[in-house]
Write a protein that binds this ligand. Structure first.
Ligand code: PSU
Ligand code: MN
Length: 379
């Protein structure tokens, strides 16, 4: 039998359609592979399966997950203190070096200022990391293009199996945040239905995830590179609660308005917190999208933004960009075309979302603490 193909560093790049199979090394009970100072959830009740190519056995365990929760995050979760999850694709694929690292640090600081503990989520060396230290943040921020995989729902488990570094999209961050017990997640903009989706079928897995996983996501709406009316339609189909924060208008990332309305408006963090807990108590799955408009002073004029978008979209079409590469390509081109203006707006809105997410996370903790929420929650 031919030897398995070597693992390519372009494993998760769109050019490689099929994921090569690689046998997993047997997990060892020893947790020294984890970064120092991290809590490691171990594994139990090992079972043995016979490997496919030969008779050599591989130990696997049904509940085994290489999951490292930073001590500060674990302590906060254990004590019902607020935690805000943050994604990492924005660092590796969404923003250029060195602004990506600066913004990642600023966003974490903003969460802290809001009285919550930040938990940036990624996969490093095949281990799920909930809460990154500064070394891990810079590793993601400095990674050369293509060396860090862009992980959505489909890619998390393969990245663990192959020992990869991967940055989590909104979808993957929601899954891992939920798994770690984090309720609230702040980002810039969610993925959505791409323009021309009627031909390409390019619809972000973020929308489907919002329909499945009960995490509250704070974002400045979705970028106007997307088809926003179709994005709202899919969110409605998926049963996502789309909540305008102190607004009835659906924001369009760099602009405070898209010309579309949000189905729900809320003005108090406690309302969002209660809706989050009621949703969980109903056991219906799926999350809330809190649409938080960019601060007035940082917003960009709609016509200016539209011109950059049109240029970037035309280039993407000419170059035949498809799949996972579409969003990073458009974001990169717009940052260049705008001479950094889009980046400054991006920075302001992510920080703004981090602040609101901290407030909502604190409100959820307060609701839980009051005991009323506990009584209302399903057993
Ligand atoms: N939108 C942004 N900035 C981003 C992204 C989206 O304004 O960085 C990233 C997020 O990680 C999001 C992902 O989850 O792109 C969506 O990618 P896709 O369209 O391939 O699903
Ligand atoms: Mn896509």
């Amino acid at each position: 039998m031919a030897a398995p193909a070597p693992i390519s560093t372009s494993l998760f790049l769109p050019a490689l359609p099929v994921l090569p199979f690689r046998r997993i090394p047997p997990p060892s009970a020893d947790t020294s592979a984890a970064a120092p100072g991290l809590l490691t959830r171990g594994h139990d009740s090992p079972i043995t399966i016979i490997g496919p190519e030969n008779e050599e056995s591989v130990d696997v365990t049904p509940n085994f997950l290489p999951l490292d929760i930073a001590p500060e995050v674990a302590a906060a979760l254990g004590a019902n203190r607020p935690v805000v999850a943050l994604e990492s694709t924005i660092i590796s694929h969404g923003l250029p070096w060195p602004d990506n690292l600066a913004i990642a640090r600023e966003v974490e600081a903003e969460v802290r200022r809001g009285g919550a503990v930040p938990a940036t989520i990624a996969v490093l060396g095949g281990r799920i990391r909930i809460g990154l230290d500064d070394a891990a943040l810079s590793r993601l921020a400095r990674a050369p293009a293509g060396s860090v995989a862009k992980l959505s729902r489909a890619d998390i488990a393969p990245a663990l199996a192959c020992g990869r570094d991967g940055a989590t999209t909104v979808a993957a961050t929601m899954i891992l945040a939920r798994r770690a017990g984090i309720d609230v997640f702040a980002t810039g903009g969610i993925g959505g239905v791409h323009r021309g989706a009627e031909a390409t079928f390019d619809i972000s897995a973020d929308l489907v995830e919002l329909g499945r996983t009960d995490v509250t996501v704070v974002a400045a709406g979705a970028k106007a590179i997307l088809d926003l009316p179709k994005t709202l339609e899919v969110l409605e189909t998926e049963g996502v609660a789309v909540i305008g924060w102190r607004t009835g208008a659906f924001p369009a990332f760099w602009c405070r308005e898209s010309g579309l309305e949000v189905p729900i408006r809320m003005d108090e963090a406690a309302e969002i917190a209660q809706a989050h807990l009621y949703r969980r108590a109903l056991g219906i799955g799926g999350g809330q999208l809190v649409a938080n408009p960019i601060p007035e002073e940082a917003a960009l004029p709609r016509e200016t933004v539209e011109a950059w978008i049109a240029a970037a979209l035309a280039e993407a079409r000419n170059k035949g960009i498809a799949g996972k590469a579409v969003t990073p390509f458009l974001l990169g081109r717009i940052a260049e075309l705008s001479g950094g203006r889009s980046l400054e707006a991006n920075r302001a809105l992510v920080r703004n979302n981090a602040r609101l997410a901290a407030e909502i996370a604190a409100a959820i903790c307060a609701e839980r603490q009051s005991g009323i929420a506990a009584m209302r929650e399903a057993p």
